[in-house]
Write a new protein. Structure first.
Length: 270
């Protein structure tokens, strides 16, 4: 498609950049449009390490799911703000450990729903639902969540690189508390988000993303915000860190600067 792309079916606006499609482009995917690619290139001019950051974040997701499944015996995963399917999706990593692992993907982007359902048609242990990740009541009331997720067993709730998409007025900390209150003891929260010690980076990126996405974005925050999200939970080793430092494996880490970072980790509900 060219620069003349317009709104297409299923409510997909190809003229307004989507966070999910921008992330797809940074990971080398093809499920993105001119507006997404333009916004990605413009963001790289502001913070050149953005693509490395996205790739390190995806590697963190793979590692933390593998650890949850192989070391902590988790067999249920709720992936909030899952984005577009790519290589080594949550269900593929978890089901490589145990084929009975159950995964529900949650995203509010209609293109994620369309692609996800196509990918998962033949997988009875996995579903994708369209919902706002802050609408905890609707998510846990959804028929696919009720079918696949048993609240008498530990669940891993994943919020990987999504809290910065939530505006302050929607209170991301309250969202995490609602999920913690529903999940059984021994469940896990995986949380990371974009943070920076530099006020100029926080302000510039936040302004850019709000303008690019039609004001459907939150803000770059600080490390202490992530600590606050997980207050009262048991932070698992190695603690809350820049995600490429969370239990690194033999896979290469992409070089990045100190402009901003994905910061977070794994916490267990007492």
């Amino acid at each position: 498609m060219g620069d003349g792309e317009r709104i297409i079916s299923h409510g997909i606006d190809v003229n307004t950049p989507s966070v999910a499609r921008m992330y797809d482009w940074y990971l080398g995917g093809t499920d993105n449009y001119v507006a997404d690619r333009r916004a990605c290139r413009e963001l790289l001019e502001v913070v050149p390490n953005t693509q490395a950051l996205a790739r390190n974040n995806r590697a963190f997701l793979r590692r933390v799911v593998r650890v949850l499944a192989a070391e902590y015996g988790v067999r249920q995963f709720l992936d909030h703000g899952s984005g577009l399917p790519t290589q080594d999706n949550v269900h593929q990593v978890a089901q490589a450990v145990d084929p009975s692992s159950r995964v529900v993907y949650i995203d509010n982007d209609p293109i994620v729903l369309a692609h996800g359902r196509t990918l998962l048609d033949a997988n009875d242990e996995t579903a994708v639902i369209q919902a706002d990740m802050t609408d905890t009541k609707a998510i846990f009331g959804h028929e696919d969540v009720r079918r696949l997720i048993r609240l008498d067993e530990p669940v891993a709730a994943l919020f990987v690189s999504v809290a910065h998409c939530i505006p302050d007025e929607d209170d991301p900390a309250a969202m995490f508390r609602r999920v913690v209150d529903i999940l059984p003891s021994g469940s896990f929260m995986v949380v990371c988000q974009l943070v920076s010690d530099r006020a100029d980076i926080r302000d510039h990126v936040t302004e850019f993303m709000r303008e690019a996405t039609g004001n459907t974005w939150g803000r770059v925050r600080e490390a202490h915000d992530v600590h606050a999200y997980l207050e009262g939970l048991e932070i698992m080793p190695p603690g809350l860190v820049e995600v490429s430092e969370w239990r690194p494996d033999a896979q290469p880490r992409f070089e990045q600067s100190d402009e901003w970072q994905e910061f977070g980790g794994l916490a267990r509900i007492p």
